[in-house]
Design a protein around this ligand. Structure first.
Ligand SMILES: Nc1ncnc2c1ncn2[C@@H]1O[C@H](COP(=O)(O)OP(=O)(O)O)[C@@H](O)[C@H]1O
Ligand SMILES: [Mg+2]
Length: 232
């Protein structure tokens, strides 16, 4: 195998199918996720990265591919999650922003992720069941806020901050109705300021067909002028 074909968008692997189609780049990670999904063995994978680095997109992609997956975020209570697990016995669980989930739930996860077993005795309701070969996919903004034992249950993929080149390519992807050159123009401006791809979307959606750099500048300056950072 030749490794010279690695590229900045994620390397050796080229997309061969439509899965994760709405995620730009990360071809190498997509390949790993697909392999984890099709492995017969138990596997826990975690995406760690700054906001807007595409972590939730990966969980959504997994949900689209696998109908036997369930999605939880920190708005789900421990009991709600346990109820769903007991009823559906999903083979795949996606947990978004896992560090924000309650501490008691994080502790109960330890067993589930290792052995697939849930043994919870509570006053109102007890749970005793097993989901063999359960796979967990999680996202985390800040790994320091996660307990060490829980972090150790996962293979961790740290998504790096986007390079400018990749950022511009993502900007094109998130603004499909805007011309590529305008999307890249907005992308380069945002990259120099807050560097958040969500800002690209928020600005891009205000741009009209006839707009040029001057109008875009006006939109950006106005949004910045009234932004949180300027509130003082
Ligand atoms: N690689 C990417 N390809 C396409 N869109 C992206 C990519 N990275 C970020 N985005 C855009 O940024 C938004 C936030 O991404 P998300 O996955 O929710 O980030 P987070 O890492 O905070 O979970 C997405 O809705 C998408 O529009
Ligand atoms: Mg997210």
């Amino acid at each position: 195998m030749k490794f010279s074909s690695f590229n900045k968008l994620g390397g050796l692997f080229k997309e061969v199918d439509k899965s994760f189609n709405n995620i730009d780049g990360y071809y190498d990670i997509k390949e790993i996720v697909k392999r984890a999904l099709s492995s017969e063995d138990q596997y826990n994978l975690m995406f760690i990265g700054e906001p807007a680095s595409g972590k939730t997109l990966f969980l959504q992609g997994i949900m689209d591919m696998r109908k036997d997956a369930v999605y939880f975020d920190s708005t789900n209570t421990t009991n709600k999650i346990l109820d769903i697990l007991e009823q559906k016995r999903p083979k795949i669980i996606c947990m978004d922003e896992i560090e924000k989930m309650s501490r008691p739930w994080q502790e109960k996860l330890l067993n589930l992720l290792e052995s697939g077993k849930v043994d919870v005795e509570q006053q109102k309701k007890s749970y005793h069941f097993e989901i063999k070969g359960i796979k967990a996919f999680a996202t985390c903004n800040n790994i320091d806020r996660l307990s060490k034992p829980l972090a150790s249950r996962f293979r961790k993929l740290f998504l790096p901050k986007y390079s400018e080149e990749v950022f511009l390519s993502v900007a094109e992807k998130v603004l499909p109705k805007t011309s590529p050159s305008i999307a890249r123009y907005i992308g380069s401006k945002v990259y120099q300021t807050d560097g958040d791809i969500r800002s690209v979307i928020q600005i891009g959606r205000l741009v009209q067909r006839s707009d040029g750099p001057q109008e875009i500048e006006m939109i950006m300056n106005t949004l910045m002028k009234y932004s949180e950072a300027e509130k003082k």
